[in-house]
Design a protein around this ligand. Sequence first.
Ligand SMILES: Cc1cc2nc3c(=O)[nH]c(=O)nc-3n(C[C@H](O)[C@H](O)[C@H](O)COP(=O)(O)O)c2cc1C
Length: 184
Amino acid sequence: MSAIQNASIGIVFGTDTGNTEDIAGRIASQLEQYGASANIVDIREADSDVFEQNDLLILGIPTWDFGGIQADWDDVEAMLNTLELSGKTLALYGLGDQFGYGDYFVDAMGWLYQRLKNSQAGFIGFWPVTGYDFEASEALTEDGKHFCGLAIDEDQQFDKTDGRVSAWVKQIVGEFNGLAEAAA
Ligand SMILES: Cc1cc2nc3c(=O)[nH]c(=O)nc-3n(C[C@H](O)[C@H](O)[C@H](O)COP(=O)(O)O)c2cc1C
């Protein structure tokens, strides 16, 4: 059995209009292809146990109102700062609109990364900027070549979503299993 099949996996999302929840379901379906199963939780119903009792956490956040944080994630900012995440693995995904809000594309995913990057958790799932067309984003790595997680644009590039989700899930499964092998 691979590490991902033995792992407890939580997908925690916040959403205003349902897109980020929909993607949580599609990520969970893709994980099933690898024999892995995930629990999907709305951040409104999540407490610190959800974060501290899963091996792999996949966190989804959309950006609203010119780089703003989705309200339910904003509400838990204090909790995010106090989580005990040593030994956990995190992967982020963010939803946005690169043509409508090209100066703020998936900014909130960058906010989430900043909140958690100094925790004891390890991050996987960085994703290349190739194939997107935007001006600026707070969710980029220092060299500007990657997002800090999967960027999904259901407004402008919905036809690319399934391909992106399946390629990203394949990537994070490989990275998760690789980390487990390295630790063994
Ligand atoms: C009023 C409004 C403001 C938005 N602001 C941003 C933004 O600043 N950056 C961005 O990337 N997307 C922005 N979006 C796009 C949303 O993030 C996108 O539609 C997303 O899929 C919504 O996800 P949800 O349905 O899970 O809430 C905005 C959309 C609307 C309608």
